[in-house]
Design a protein around this ligand. Sequence first.
Ligand code: PEP
Ligand code: MG
Length: 933
Amino acid sequence: MGTRSSKFVFSFEEGDNKNKKLLGGKGANLCGMTQIGLPVPPGFVISTEACLTYLAQNKKGLNAELLKEIRAEMKDLEKKTGKGFGDPDQPLLVSVRSGAAMSMPGMMDTILNLGLNQVTLGGLIKMTKNERFAYDAYRRLIQLFGSVALGMRDEDFDEIFKEIKEKHKAKDDVHLDAAGLKETCEGFLELVQKKTKKPFPEDPYEQLEIAIEAVFKSWMGKRAVDYRREFHITPEMANGTAVNVCTMVFGNLGEDSATGVAFTRNPGTGENRLFGEYMINAQGEDVVAGIRTPKPINEMRKDMPEVYKELEALRHTLEKHYREVQDFEFTIEKGKLYCLQTRNGKMNASALIKTSIDMVNEGLISEQQAILRIQPEMLDQLLHPRLDPKAKVKVLATGLPASPGAASGKIVFDADRAESKAKIGERVILVREETKPDDIHGFFASQGILTSRGGKTSHAAVVARSMGKPCVSGCEAIHINDIAKEAVISGVTLREGDMVTIDGSTGNVFLGIVPTIEPEFVEDLLVLLEWADEMAQLKVMANADTPEGVSKAKKYGAVGIGLCRTERMFNQPERLPIVQEMILAETSEERQAALERLLPFQREDFKEIFRIMDGLPVTVRLLDPPIHEFLPSDDELVVEIRHLRELVRTVELMEALPDTLKLLDPQLHGKYAANLETITHGLEELKNRHLAENLINAKESMLQKVKALSETNPMLGHRGVRLGITYPEIYSMQIRAIIEAAAECVKEKIPVAPEIMVPQVCTLQELVFVHNDVNRIRKEVEKKFGVKVPLKFGTMIEVVRACMRAGRLAELAEFMSFGTNDLTQATFSFSREDAENKFLPLYNERGILQHNPFEILDIKGVGRLMLITVEWARKTRPDIKTGICGEHGGHPDAIRFCHHINLTYVSCSPLRVPIARLAAAHGKLKEAEYQFV
Ligand code: PEP
Ligand code: MG
């Protein structure tokens, strides 16, 4: 808590309007508004320190010191208003509201009209000459106080109120006269006595004390505690709640009174116009409760033209002072406007962007402030089609929100069907238990992916994200039978061709088509991101491996490709068989022949990517995954071989069928023989060409190879540079394709900046091996093409040993890129899939780990390794280029850390590039306050 302030209570005139921690957001703003001369009714704030002291003293009543200060402030209020708290003729009434440093639903809200009792009620009637109004105020106090401070049920009050309204034939509360409201008050008072076994407190100071204690206690109420835990609100951010005590003003004193809420600009569109609602002859909670429909604020121009002008002036004053869009509450009492509360307006992403640009143009904020007021993650809203929020739909099942955006389409259960359906122009959703690399063509063909197994970093999730396609993964409510081509979801059976909609931002699955709205990449966003680029130090690159992905990355402002995963290029349908041939090759020559057929494909891809990037760096990573990933699984092969054998056997049996039939019944033979002859004759071709037998042989040798290649821990096995060393022809082909593509571009005067990156490196000797090959091939190609090819050589850092040997690796590596997906696995010794599917959720739930480290960079562990790596690498090569290309590279917190350790760039999926650009600027602008834990 630190040293305590000299006092607990501050009048609105004296409170420090910057100190939200002490006075709460609401309290600080009430002080601020008072101090700039806005019409705030007189009042005071009881500090959060008072709350913490109360809670520390085990809630044993308000202490004497605090009570003394409160009484002094109340005396001051009496002086300012000319009324008395508990005065029978001129009663002062106050409201009590909670307010912590951060707005936090779940805490006690508001009690109005404190100070009313049987005696002061008479005074209020005399003062206002309005009996109906006074009883209305009294019944509101009893109910609010009862429910909020005494813990009674609102429903019990509502029931009494409803009965009385019915008895008096009043449609709603405004139609109930003074007698009806008086009866209501009596009923409410009886209810309090019955439920609490005590009369409603008559003494205004007792009312005030109970109300203040109730606010203090609500800080530790279950809902408030849960909310803080859910949104990671730490004591540094908000500790304890303040209490605001404010003189009552009334919007329900007749037709010249009103209450309302407004935004200084439209929070949905950002339009620079007053936006809000008001209600004539009403009190604050009527607007919220929806008893009557409020009117749009522009109607006030006609209803109360003078006040409307004041409201317009208020809007400008508020914005000029807070330099932020404000969401404020006001009350008009007999034609006089009061402002009761203001806070920063919550807006959607498009409104935030528009208001940022507008407020810079209006001179209200600087470009830096415009950037800082937008949380980078919010841009996500703008970059994917979203479900139309107006659509009325029922959720069928919910899985993990694995890749944001929404998509509708016909269900298909395998990648080939997805492709053939897409070819005839159908929109499909690929539904699988889980996906594998050879489903890739199905990803290309589908609008979205839905899986019943796997986490947010499963194959389906990672690939879908990299393509910017919506994905719901791990939706366990779906039971898939891909043989029968049907799935059962929550009791509903879906067949191939049935329509579903998935929402990858929430994980929801819907039956049928839910309308979506397209993303808008608005002009204002482009302007804002250009400002961000100027401020940022980190460059933002993208992970992309197809010309489409690369074009998208460029469109979103990536200044290079930080990771081009070449294995994705192997997975296309016309290439996979050649890749399989290469893997199955018995000799180096056979392998070479297959590789030579692959080379032109790769070269063309690289050329196209270089052309699109037009001189910006393109980091191509040599083959990484274990090669058995390109082959079918042994289970699949066993089934296929069995089916083929059954076919051969069936053909043999068919041939024997006529004779067997004769044996059985010569007459039957006579009847069927001719037809059977035709069939067996037809099968002759199948037999003579030995199609099935040949295929069985091929599949059996593939099965043997699959078995031979199978590994206990493939992710820690024969992959990455280890493959490159055991099968050097593969890397040589890829290196040649890259350098030849670059050479062709150079010849065509297309600027290029290719970079070759080696995966899974753990020792310098591995780099030396590949580097020698690069040099050899580079010389050959340069000679053949007669041009010089610019080229950088570098390494991924995915292995802990590579971190420890960074100084050595930097002798050869001109750049290093942290593959934090693998580096996280390596640092924790967690296998990603097993962790996410088995124990990580429990670890998170129990607080053993705060986050899923595969989603949120583990700065304390993985981050520290990165820091050390960079430090050591720079000792060898001070200008070494460093970056990150694991999935964390697109997340704002990780980006801030990357700025902190001075990386050169972050690389992320194309759709996250705008978010990363904004986060990079935030990293720079907030660097002074960054604390590395
Ligand atoms: C990584 O490990 O972070 C990385 C980028 O490589 P991949 O995800 O392809 O294993
Ligand atoms: Mg990796």
